[in-house]
Design a protein around this ligand. Sequence first.
Ligand SMILES: [Zn+2]
Length: 343
Amino acid sequence: MPVCNGALIRRTRCHLVALVFACVGILAFAAEAISGAKIETPYGESQIEMELHQVPDAPVYYVIGRPGVPGADNEGLSSNAGFVVTEKGVVVYDALGTPALGYRLLMKIREVTDKPVEIVVAGHYHADHVYGLQAFEEHTDATIWAQQAALQYLSSPGAERRLEQRREALFPWVDESTRLVAPDKTYTDRTVLDMGDTQIELLHIGPAHAPDDTIMIVHRYNVVFSGDLIFGGRLPFLGGENVDTRRWLDGLAYLQSLEPSPRFIIPGHGDADENPQASIRFTRNYIEFLRRQMGQAVDNLVPFAEAYGSTDWSDYEDVPTFDAANRGNAYEVYLGMEKELFD
Ligand SMILES: [Zn+2]
């Protein structure tokens, strides 16, 4: 019937038009995700898109890094960072992976407030979180805080090796003029920053992911910056020299025990979410699962490859970063459990 056919043709055309628009939209989005507008910084030009998010109903803001390892495609923007605007000024948590990115975070702060940046908390001294400190040191009067174990990292050969590696992998954003910035102040177990209307608690949870893991709790808004204890929606990264999964589980248990329970967690990597209990539980279950599986293998003297091959990974194999992280994580836990046997 003609009417029917006409309607069909119109509908088909409509679908085609919609499809074309959708495709253009996707392409535009992809281009945008890779490179935004060129932005001049004192540390060179930066093009990676950096979007500022706000925690609902709170003067707490954050940016989310890209998945994957720091490289030219993401300019080193692989970790998250954020800040809190208080009566006494701005408190920043983490500074991103290059001085240019640190500077761009500072520009984001300036879009929101002209209050001075009073404090920058370095959640743990890993390259992807602290190379941006240089921008805060050179362009603000902020005091940089870290847990005292950060000092050991700064004087370790590993820190120098990592900087060399990043000068190649992240050139020109990390170059000969990039340097590690030490904290101005350190604490041991816990400290509270009095920011007038907002009390900000820093708590040492390491060694878990790193010796100096600091979580930052903004009690007034019930928001937690968890650092790399949690990777939002991804498998956490258990590789590295100083990982301690026992302490890590203690840290997660502590987050679960907070009263009132956090309403918002900004993780070190991956998306922030409004269901923090689920994120904490997911990370905890994963680490417990690894410890159970690898622990049994160690107890029974089963070699790692065999233990890995016979483990049922179906609960985790669809999680982003499974292929990149899981085997290495399992191996780290296997070695760690061997070591624990002799502790
Ligand atoms: Zn990290």
